[in-house]
Design a protein around this ligand. Structure first.
Ligand SMILES: C[S@@+](CC[C@H](N)C(=O)[O-])C[C@H]1O[C@@H](n2cnc3c(N)ncnc32)[C@H](O)[C@@H]1O
Ligand SMILES: Nc1nc2[nH]cc(C(=O)O)c2c(=O)[nH]1
Ligand code: SF4
Ligand SMILES: [Mg+2]
Length: 230
């Protein structure tokens, strides 16, 4: 009989009490099922991926190390019910896990925007995780951690950012193979801004009756698409 495979526990939740922050601002949430709601953004510095289309390269470097407690105070002063932690790649910093706990303890709705390249099981369950599984034209699709498709829950959303017909067909195959239409979380499909016309994607979705929610990056239509802090 083959030896039983070892049961591996996720790493212990780290307890660092600070993170490196690129920017904090108040805006309207531009994406996800929370689109249109008042939302504060905490953008953390650093990313281990280099998506071809990244609109947040300015967050790869710089920023300031801040105590989690001071960040929570700053967010509460913005008087908003919701906060999104994004980046860069927020899950690269150990201090982000206790930061999300503190934001939840302060009574905030907490959203997390993360690439699909990191196992999300250590994220506090009450956080609304928006997990972006990278499509081929990102150039980072081989970094996806497909365990996330199993561990995500009803609070969460899987995001597919599509820039070509190839990306669309890749996404459609992912949805079929992993039966994503019957998961507890919903699947969001949007376009790479200025690469694929949103109407093309909308028409493909309709033609295939794809079980997804189409979305736009609303903030890029409200403000200059290159504007920072919106
Ligand atoms: C800047 S990333 C930060 C969080 C994390 N690194 C990630 O990729 O999910 C936030 C989201 O913006 C999306 N994004 C970045 N550049 C974009 C673009 N040019 N058009 C559409 N979406 C873009 C990413 O795909 C990701 O879903
Ligand atoms: N308004 C607004 N909504 C957003 N939703 C996700 C964003 C991100 O950069 O992760 C984002 C952003 O940068 N601005
Ligand atoms: S993972 Fe997110 S922050 Fe990193 S390069 Fe890709 S889109 Fe940009
Ligand atoms: Mg953005």
């Amino acid at each position: 009989m083959p030896a039983a495979r070892p049961h591996i526990e996720p790493r212990r939740v780290p307890t660092a009490d600070s993170v490196v922050v690129k920017e904090i601002y108040l805006s309207l949430q531009g994406e996800s099922s929370h689109a249109g709601l008042l939302c504060a953004f905490i953008r953390l510095t650093g990313c281990h991926l280099r998506c071809t289309y990244c609109d947040s390269e300015f967050a790869f470097h710089g920023g300031n190390r801040r105590k989690n407690a001071d960040i929570v105070t700053e967010i509460l002063a913005l008087n908003t019910p919701a906060v999104e932690v994004t980046g860069g790649e927020p899950l690269l910093q150990p201090g982000v896990y206790p930061l999300m706990e503190s934001l939840l303890d302060a009574g905030l709705k907490v959203l997390l925007e993360t690439s699909g390249a990191i196992d999300v099981r250590l994220v506090p369950p009450a956080v609304h995780k928006i997990v972006d599984m990278k499509t081929p034209s990102s150039g980072e699709c081989d970094r996806n951690d497909y365990r996330n498709l199993v561990s995500m829950n009803a609070n969460d959303e899987l995001k597919l950012v599509i820039g070509s017909r190839e990306d669309y067909e890749w996404s459609r195959a992912l949805i079929t193979e992993h039966k994503l239409g019957s998961k507890p979380y919903s699947v969001l499909c949007s376009t790479i801004f200025d690469k694929l016309h949103p109407r093309e994607l909308a028409e493909w979705i309709i033609e295939d009756r794809l079980p997804v929610r189409f979305q736009l990056q609303m903030h890029k239509y409200l403000w200059d698409p290159n504007a920072r802090g919106v």
